[in-house]
Design a binder for this molecule. Structure first.
Ligand SMILES: [Zn+2]
Length: 241
């Protein structure tokens, strides 16, 4: 082989190698992300430093206890959160407004009773649309948590939309992601301890559809780490507790 050709082939392989590495760097596999998250596991004192009380899983497998109670505080209008994180939410809403972005809370704390009513009425609506009761239940439970299994029941979650949302929508939909409110939240929510809880890429892991409007308080420290990791809380929590 001509020396020139060898140089070319080597060069092509080199460029390919760098290219593949670059792509892996940009889109690390979940296992790599998990390892990265694990490697930067904080010390016990670091973890204690910020609202560790709020760092736990609430879902179908990890429902709230039947005797769960929570002290509440108003965040916007009559919408309330756990009094320990209400201040963070209020500061977030105020700081967004100072940037000219108006975050409108449409749901916050929800009692278990209300959760049950919401789920039942949605199942009924789907059945009216022609689904069997089994189908309706399965569909509804992808969008509305069972009683005790919702972060709203714990007073830790906010649903946020734009002030004029209902003028152009009759439902909460994923196109919230095209608003300046979503852009602001994506950039800033973690600074106030909130994460966008149900990402698009992890519907199978969270069991929920993509909900760009749903923000969950986990404390400032963990919100930053989770955002950085790009992982859903289910994965992150497993390796960081
Ligand atoms: Zn929600």
């Amino acid at each position: 082989m001509k020396p020139q050709r060898i140089v070319w082939i080597t060069l092509i392989f080199y460029v390919l190698f760098i290219g593949v590495r670059f792509v892996f760097m940009l889109y690390p596999a979940d296992s790599v992300k998990l390892r990265m998250a694990q490697e930067s596991t904080p010390s016990a004192s670091e973890r204690r430093a910020d609202n560790l009380w709020a760092y736990y899983l609430i879902n179908d497998e990890n429902p709230l206890r039947a005797d769960f109670t929570v002290g509440l505080e108003k965040v916007q209008g009559d919408f309330m959160l756990d009094e320990r994180c209400a201040g963070y939410a209020k500061r977030m809403i105020d700081d967004a407004a100072a940037d000219g972005v108006y975050l409108t809370v449409v749901s916050a704390y929800r009692s278990v009773q209300k959760q049950r009513e919401n789920l039942d009425s949605y199942i009924k609506r789907l059945m009216d649309e022609g689904y069997t009761s089994k189908e309706a239940k399965a569909l509804a439970e992808k969008e509305i948590a069972r009683p005790y299994a919702s972060e709203h029941n714990a007073g830790l979650a906010l649903d946020i939309l734009t002030p004029d949302w209902w003028e152009t929508h009759d439902d909460v939909t994923a196109d919230f992601e095209n608003t300046e409110q979503f852009r602001w939240l994506t950039e800033n929510a973690h600074r106030y301890g909130f994460i966008m809880r149900y990402p698009k890429e992890y519907e199978d892991v969270t069991g929920y559809i993509y909900e760009p409007w749903h923000y969950r308080f986990v404390g400032v420290y963990y919100a930053g780490r989770i955002k950085e990791s790009g992982l859903p809380l289910e994965y992150f929590y497993k390796t960081n507790f």
